[in-house]
Ligand binder design. Structure first.
Ligand SMILES: Cc1c2[nH]c(c1CCC(=O)O)Cc1[nH]c(c(CCC(=O)O)c1C)Cc1[nH]c(c(CCC(=O)O)c1C)Cc1[nH]c(c(C)c1CCC(=O)O)C2
Length: 346
């Protein structure tokens, strides 16, 4: 089978045959096959079994005909390897037994050696590189989002403890950002070396910061990360939720693709970041539970805006819910492919 590189071409703002599409959380509980695997293994156990992990990664690509695969893993897996005691509770999120409180906790964090610490993840990537006829997206959590779990001890509404460290102990915060930044650079380079062809940095909870706090406490680390990843030969994607006001700062980052949530129309996002970046997004995941005509109307509107310039990847504004039907995603993928290819031919 020929290799479908539409996703990589869109990341580089090159011409495409159709708008490429993939879905955040395309592998997950909405799939009966995934639930079946989960009856036998926990999420962490799946990540330790390369054959099973590769199969779970491949399943949505085959079922939905997406233009990219995303490695099945979790943002907390490398954090565990750094010495943080993490468990991941489905439907809730990561739970940490030994949250970070002070400088000594940060100093204790180990540097990540991906091949030695996460050999099963690397093996999974090597299997997928052989099996896939679409690009594999590797990923990591971004420093702020990872730090929020490591400091709060689990999911949070207000990030009080995280911000407390930022404001009251900036030297501890900066040391944590440095450690996480270095981990992410090392991990992304290793994933690309093993066969990942693009990398996405998930900063899901970054929208809780004001632009000025983002600039002061997070931006330097993000800049360092994307500068270090510039030459690795794989496009980089930066995604977060509630980032409308942060886009004016993000536009200074040397990243290739900006992931947009559903609150910011793609034409506004373009106006805010300029035309240097490819864009990815941004159907409200809640729409996947709406009647088909409503989904189609919204998808069309998004496609018309996205396709106004080269460099556009269709996705959701956040991950697929467990309540969504696989057939809906299948139909949506087909619609995006057909609508965009007919528009491109004209
Ligand atoms: C914040 C975050 C986490 N993990 C991740 C993020 C960033 C993206 C986002 O904002 O969604 C990233 C992630 N987590 C998972 C993937 C790979 C799967 C894929 O995208 O197809 C990816 C890319 C598996 C997972 N990670 C998790 C599941 C679901 C639960 C399970 O199978 O037990 C999956 C498939 C658990 C998890 N892990 C996390 C949470 C908050 C949860 C609970 C939410 C839920 O249950 O839906 C932390």
């Amino acid at each position: 089978m020929t290799f479908n590189d539409n996703f990589l071409r869109a990341c580089r703002k090159e011409p495409v045959d159709h708008v490429p599409v993939w879905y955040m959380r395309q592998a997950g509980r909405y799939q009966p096959e995934y639930r079946k695997v989960r009856e036998k293994y926990s999420l962490m156990e799946i990540c330790e079994l390369p054959e099973v992990c590769a199969e779970v990664t491949l399943l949505p690509v085959r079922q939905l005909n997406t233009d990219a695969a995303i490695l099945f893993s979790d943002i907390m897996i490398p954090v565990k390897a750094m010495g943080i005691d993490v468990d991941i509770k489905g439907g809730y999120g990561p739970v940490i037994a030994n949250p970070i409180k002070e400088a000594a906790d940060v100093q204790r964090l180990r540097d990540l050696d991906p091949e030695a610490d996460l050999p099963k993840t690397m093996d999974t990537i090597r299997i997928l590189h052989r099996e896939l006829n679409v690009p594999l997206i590797g990923f990591a959590g971004a420093p702020f989002t990872l730090a929020s779990y490591m400091i709060e001890g689990g999911p949070s509404k207000n990030y009080y403890k995280t911000k407390q460290m930022m404001y009251a102990a900036p030297e501890v915060w900066n040391a944590l950002m440095d450690k996480l930044g270095d981990m992410i650079i090392t991990y992304m380079k290793a994933q690309v070396k093993a066969g990942a062809q693009a990398v996405q940095i998930f900063d899901s909870w970054i929208g809780s910061l004001s632009p000025s706090d983002y600039r002061r406490y997070v931006f330097p680390t993000m800049k360092k990360i994307f500068e270090a990843l510039k030459g690795i030969g794989a496009p980089t994607i930066y995604f977060g939720i509630n980032t409308g006001e942060l886009l004016s700062v993000w536009k200074e980052l040397p990243v290739d693709v900006i992931g947009v949530d559903w609150r910011v129309p793609l034409d506004s996002a373009r106006a805010r970041v300029g035309s240097d970046f490819a864009l990815q997004g941004n159907l409200d995941p809640a729409l996947l539970l709406a009647p088909w005509d409503v989904i189609e109307r919204n998808a069309k509107e998004i496609l018309d805006m996205g396709m106004a310039q080269p460099g556009y990847i269709f996705n959701l504004g956040h991950g697929v819910f467990p309540e969504v039907k696989g057939e809906t995603l299948q139909k949506l993928t087909e619609f995006v492919h057909q609508y965009s290819s007919s528009k491109l031919k004209r």
